[in-house]
Design a protein around this ligand. Structure first.
Ligand code: ATP
Ligand code: MG
Length: 349
């Protein structure tokens, strides 16, 4: 597993060719996606062959009753990608369900995957615990398996993700090795690349900012919405007055300052005064809202340009998905041949 700070050196040494990663179309993207994933994607797209997947099959797992949300989010996610600067000429934007080989490979790999791998997966366990019983579907339980197939289908070597997804990439490595051992070398064993902030907290102080939890600052929020969300953010609950000494560690307001405020001197000064009880939350939050808004301004600007041109969004999806289809057909030919589940009737031909 690689972390963002060391990625450049480490990757130079690897023979990275292809990269796959993805996002579920379950809502607009947020600043956690940026520091956990998109920032690395932006660097990688300049040098490698990248496949960015809109994982709509996986969204169905717990959002099967919200098809309108999924449909809308496919477009919103694409817009967010364009707005942060992902380039569909260089990289392929792919709609998962438009390449049905994803489903075929998920099924074939599930036959060689021990149940224990899903049972032990810490991210899956935590997500299932939070899901109401009526939304705990077989499809959701199997989504890490689907992610394994997503990564192996384009024969990717590197997977840039936030750390909640690391167990799924670990599972991919095990399944790839097992397949290769049983049937012959088909799949490279991929590495994980974790973002600068492996897991950004939610505005409510929860361990993870998450589209489905509503504790987010979206890349598409306007200035006033960002200001409002920041001013009502969770902070240090033990601090009742501005003169009480406060906690900086585990406090999302400071975590966001570290992640998004380029004025490191100001951040250090706030931290110092906060610990001493010499600055109020309002001042720290106002500065944070301003830093976030400055970070988001160019993204907003690019977004509005693409919004005015829906044809570009459609073209981006269609081109990328077309490229992924060709690759998928070739991998599946290799997989079926390796497993000897092709040409059963060849002796009669
Ligand atoms: P959902 O709640 O629908 O699962 P999500 O916010 O978790 O949405 P995903 O589509 O599951 O988003 O994740 C997309 C990518 O962004 C993954 O690589 C994931 O690890 C990363 N990511 C998501 N949330 C965060 C976060 N708060 N901090 C860092 N990375 C994140
Ligand atoms: Mg998620």
């Amino acid at each position: 597993m690689f972390y963002a700070e060391i990625w450049l050196e480490s990757i130079e040494e690897m023979t990275v060719k292809r990269i796959l990663t993805g996002i579920r179309p379950t809502g607009a993207l947020h600043v956690g996606h940026y520091v956990g994933a998109l920032e690395n994607w932006l660097q990688l797209q300049a040098r490698y062959e990248c496949y960015f997947l809109i994982a709509d099959y996986q969204a169905l797992g717990d959002h099967f009753h919200e098809i309108d949300l999924i449909r809308d989010s496919v477009i919103q996610v694409t817009l967010d990608w364009l707005a942060v600067g992902l380039d569909p000429e260089r990289s392929s934007f792919v709609i998962q369900s438009y390449v049905p080989e994803h489903a075929e490979l998920t099924m074939l790999l599930s036959f060689i995957t021990p149940l224990g791998m899903l049972e032990r997966n810490p991210t899956l366990k935590a997500e299932l615990d939070e899901l109401p019983v009526e939304r705990r579907t077989v499809g959701f339980y199997n989504y890490p398996m689907s992610q394994v197939a997503d990564i192996l289908l384009p024969q990717a070597r590197l997977v840039p993700v936030g750390d909640d997804q690391a167990p799924h990439v670990e599972m991919t490595r095990e399944v790839a090795r097992k397949f290769n051992r049983m049937f012959g070398e088909v799949f490279p064993v991929p590495d994980t690349l974790i973002g600068r902030i492996p897991r950004l907290r939610g505005t409510d102080g929860a361990a993870k900012m998450s589209k489905s939890k509503g504790n987010v600052i979206s890349l598409s929020d306007d200035r006033e919405t960002v200001r409002r969300k920041v001013m009502s953010m969770y902070t240090d609950p033990t601090r009742l007055r501005a003169t009480d000494p406060g906690h900086v560690e585990g406090n999302p307001v400071f975590e966001y300052h570290d992640a998004f405020n380029p004025d490191k001197g100001q951040v250090e000064d706030f931290k110092h005064r906060y610990r001493e009880g010499k600055v109020g939350d309002v001042e720290v939050k106002q500065a944070l809202a301003e830093a976030l808004n400055r970070f988001l301004d160019p993204i907003r600007e690019r977004r509005s340009r693409f919004e005015a041109n829906p044809r570009q969004i459609e073209d981006a999806l269609m081109h990328g998905t077309g490229r992924a289809r060709k690759l998928a057909a070739e991998t599946m030919r290799q997989v079926r041949a390796a497993m000897r589940i092709d040409s059963y009737t060849s002796r009669w031909e």
